[in-house]
Unconditional design. Structure first.
Length: 196
């Protein structure tokens, strides 16, 4: 009945796209929609593929290098795009992450900051948990002297419905080590997250 085939199928071994398509059709029908309507015929398949795409993480490998020069100042990647899905309404939240660390013996390939954010973002969750997981991952992979993650995001579940707070942004942060405990490093990091 549904001929539409997704162009991009994200990986998740336990996903059953055919069953998800049938379930999406049942949901839309239960909501009173007529799926024989021309524009809706392929919608269940698109819905299933879209939800799978939005909640599946691309795999990646962390590449680290020895900190040969003994670089000991802050490394920071700002304005990394965040696209995730809130676990309460399965609606997107979208924003940016700023990720920084104070290196110890290893440094991280710069692109891996963005890959790490994308990896953790692509699943239903809260912004708080996402922030903490990125910081935990960086800390366990690098054993740095400090880690900081700040995310600013708009949650569509409270902007396009419900509270209708269009433009309201939520800020979360996770700070470890010297970025949490040393006042100078902490304020340098937080100033950089504000664009200074
Ligand atoms: N702390 C936190 N809350 C979130 C996040 N994403 C969505 N929420 C909130 O989850 C809550 C769910 O509240 P409920 O009262 O169970 O759901 P609801 O009736 O749809 O609530 P409204 O959104 O106020 O209409 C809402 O307040 C959402 O704003 C998140 O990342 N972190
Ligand atoms: Zn929500």
């Amino acid at each position: 009945m549904h001929n539409w085939r997704p162009r991009v199928v994200a990986e998740r071994p336990t996903a059953d796209l055919a069953a998800a398509t049938d379930a999406a059709a049942a949901l839309l029908t239960a909501l009173g929609l007529d799926l024989t309507d021309e524009g809706l015929v392929e919608t269940p398949g698109r819905m299933a593929a879209t939800l799978l795409e939005m909640t599946s993480s691309p795999p990646f490998e962390l590449t680290t290098f020895p900190n040969d020069e003994g670089y000991d100042e802050l490394v920071m990647v700002r304005d990394i795009p965040v696209r995730s899905v809130c676990e309460h309404h399965v609606l997107p939240f979208v924003g940016v992450a700023h990720v920084g660390y104070l290196p110890g013996e290893r440094i991280l390939g710069l692109s891996k900051f963005a890959r790490m954010v994308e990896f953790h973002a692509r699943r239903p969750q809260t912004q708080e948990r996402l922030t903490k997981r990125i910081a935990d991952h960086l800390a366990s992979a690098l054993h740095p002297r400090g880690v900081g993650v700040v995310i600013h995001a708009e949650h569509t579940c409270m902007s396009i419905r419900g509270a209708l707070a269009v433009g309201a942004r939520t800020t979360t942060s996770a700070l470890f080590g010297l970025l949490r405990d040393d006042p100078r490093t902490r304020s340098e990091f937080l100033a950089l997250t504000r664009g200074a």
